[in-house]
Design a protein. Structure first.
Length: 288
């Protein structure tokens, strides 16, 4: 029983917000002292560690930045552009679709003879956690023209056909280029894409060493789906070139599909990343 003079109890029995001191507790009562919050400088390493772990997880499973090293995708992408690549949907079984711009690992020495850069320690670390485009990985970026089961053909200067349907490529093929290249090195072709592979071509058709010119490799110019890193969804840098990378309308024409494709995950990777941050914020608030 407490007397009505106790400062820690209201008249209706509810505990007030006042702190109870050792003198108020009486003989043998435990004295409570308020927990002193940690200083900013002590919490800073923890916050930096959380940020680095989140950045590494996002880079590994959600989104990664890549730098465009050549002109093979002009004018859709310019040399020096930074693009964000969705790495999430492949984890759920989604495969590349026609018209998408994708990043993929070098299938069979496509980049042999290309100059390479020697990054310093800081660049290597920032690339590792995803805060800077990688300069060491052997990756390429092209547009998917055909998927498993498709028959793709180039005659003369074009148009390029997929399963007998002509593609209208004026919205993305480099101005002044023809859809097909007239040469005896691979520009004239008719191929059938096997299951588990894709056929890719650059938007700058007369300046792209793509599937057409790699038909002598072990995959006959095809790119294994397992080597695809993800789909490029946004041009993030420079600011004046910020834009999305949608699938051109010509790939939606009726009769183009030789078979149904795997559907993409309808959730944007940026939304998943945001959901990953929320639990950390709530945890921090509960600890305070």
């Amino acid at each position: 029983m407490t007397s009505g003079s106790d400062s820690g109890t209201a008249e209706d029995g509810r505990v007030t917000g006042e702190h109870t001191t050792a003198e108020d507790q009486g003989p043998g009562g435990p004295a409570r002292t308020p927990k002193k919050p940690r200083s900013f400088w002590k919490e800073l390493p923890i916050l930096i560690g959380i940020a680095l772990v989140l950045a590494l997880l996002i880079k590994t499973f959600l989104v990664q930045a890549f730098s465009i090293p050549s002109d093979s995708m002009q004018n859709t992408l310019q040399q020096g552009d930074r693009v964000l690549v969705d790495k999430l949907t492949p984890w759920f079984g989604s495969e590349p679709e026609r018209g998408e711009v994708v990043v993929f690992h070098d299938p069979d020495k496509w980049l042999a003879g290309e100059p390479t850069t020697d990054p310093n320690a800081l660049q290597t670390f920032l690339s590792w956690i995803g805060l800077m485009p990688s300069v060491e990985e052997k990756d390429l970026i092209k547009r998917v023209i055909g998927v498993g089961g498709d028959t793709i053909e180039c005659k003369g200067t074009g148009p390029l056909t997929v399963n007998g349907k002509a593609l209208d490529e004026r919205s993305y093929v480099y101005a002044g280029n023809t859809p097909c290249s007239v040469d005896d090195q691979g520009g004239q072709f008719k191929v059938k894409v096997p299951k588990g592979f894709i056929w890719v071509m650059g938007d700058h058709r007369q300046n792209s060493r793509d599937s057409r010119y790699q038909q002598a490799d072990k995959h006959h110019g095809m790119v294994p789906v397992k080597d695809v890193v993800g789909r490029a969804v946004v041009v993030a840098w420079p600011i004046n070139r910020w834009d999305t990378l949608p699938v051109p309308d010509t790939f939606d024409q009726s009769g183009l599909n030789a078979q149904p494709n795997a559907a993409g995950l309808p959730v944007a990777p940026q939304g998943i990343a945001l959901l990953g941050v929320v639990p950390v914020v709530l945890w921090r608030r509960r600890k305070q």
